[in-house]
Design a protein around this ligand. Structure first.
Ligand code: GLN
Length: 189
């Protein structure tokens, strides 16, 4: 199994380390020629979604990545990655991958609570540590998307078919279970 990790900006190294710990091969996507390699899944890291979407557009990656996801390539987006995958983001109409039927609020916790950690249940996995950094949350999901975690009444993880998103950063904690959950979504070729 080989996972593409979008490496334009943000916390991609931590995802690579987590995959390595799980014995899974990965490669970095920085330009179109990287993307053209064979892959079984894609991780879109946290960081700054505005910067990432601009780079995806400028590098000609937005359309091919969108097509691959719509075509069924399993994808895992954390934080900014969740924002990039959302069909709708409150108060914004920037270009995004927009493949997942969720409505998202960016920087949803305000300045006071910009970053925090907690532990909460993740569907079919159990209680996991969750690190939030200027995180979004999901305001609305369509029926096709399933909510996997809720913290303080806000939806913070969801799945729609082969698309998985978390508002928090599982790659920053020493618990590989969310990554294992993502890898379990990938069907053997
Ligand atoms: N606040 C960032 C954004 O809106 C996301 C933060 C993160 O990825 N940790 O893009």
């Amino acid at each position: 199994m080989r996972i593409a990790v979008l490496a334009l900006q943000g916390a991609f190294v931590e995802h690579e380390a987590m995959l390595r710990q799980l014995g899974v091969d990965s490669f970095e996507v920085r330009q179109l020629s990287d993307w053209q390699q064979p892959k079984d899944g894609l991780i879109i890291p946290g960081g700054e979604s505005t910067t990432q979407s601009k780079l995806l557009h400028d590098l000609g990656l937005l359309q091919p990545i969108r097509e691959a996801i719509v075509g069924g390539l399993p994808v895992f987006g954390t934080c900014a990655g969740l924002i990039l995958l959302a069909k709708s983001v409150e108060g914004e109409n920037r270009e995004r991958l927009a493949t997942m039927d969720i409505c998202v609020k960016r920087n949803a916790y305000g300045r006071q609570l910009g970053s925090f950690s907690t532990e909460a249940p993740f569907a079919s996995v159990g209680d996991i540590p969750m690190t939030f950094i200027r995180a979004p949350y999901i305001e609305k999901v369509e029926a096709s998307a399933e909510v996997l975690a809720v913290v303080d009444g806000n939806m913070v993880a969801a799945r729609q078919g082969s698309q998985l998103v978390t508002a928090f950063h599982p790659e920053l904690n020493d618990d590989p279970r969310v990554h294992e959950y993502f890898l379990s979504m990938i069907k053997p070729q």
